[in-house]
Write a new protein. Structure first.
Length: 153
């Protein structure tokens, strides 16, 4: 049974360049603007990954304008961690950071172990397959948690 959508969700991963931007974009596409959705990384040392852009474009999810940011930058840009209802960590490092940062807040942190596709595959086609696998894991987790897309694909 799907759960009701929260008012706000923060997705996090290592660099905010692959998994968390995909999760942010897909959630916005599936469920519309009723839930405030953002993403961050433990670090901000990479730009959005081109393979992430490509596999999300296959679902009509636009990521090319995404700008990576870290937990530290998030507050500087006006988002207070305590204002989110749910933090979804997509990597072990981001889970540790989220739990550390949220110990003083009353909010839920979930860990979704999503494949890190970076470094997988030798050819472009093989790399795209790895990124599609990560994307599809995100889609499965979203629909398991909140039901089928409300805005349609």
């Amino acid at each position: 049974m799907p759960l009701p959508l929260p008012n706000s969700v923060l997705f996090c991963c290592d660099h905010n360049a692959v998994r968390s931007p995909m999760a942010e974009g897909i959630m916005k596409k599936f469920y519309g603007t009723g839930t405030y959705v953002q993403s961050v990384g433990v670090k901000n040392d990479m730009e959005i990954d081109g393979f992430s852009i490509a596999v999300c474009q296959e679902m009509d999810v636009e990521l090319s304008r995404h700008r990576s940011r870290s937990f530290d930058e998030m507050e500087q840009w006006g988002d207070d961690l305590g204002s989110f209802d749910l933090v979804v960590a997509l990597s072990p490092a981001s889970q540790r950071r989220a739990l550390d940062l949220t110990r003083y807040y009353h909010l839920e942190v979930e860990y979704w172990p999503i494949l890190d596709p970076t470094g997988l595959g030798e050819t472009r086609a093989a790399k795209l397959e790895s990124y599609r696998a990560a994307r599809d894991q995100i889609v499965e987790r979203l629909t398991d948690r909140w039901g089928l897309a409300q805005t349609g694909l």
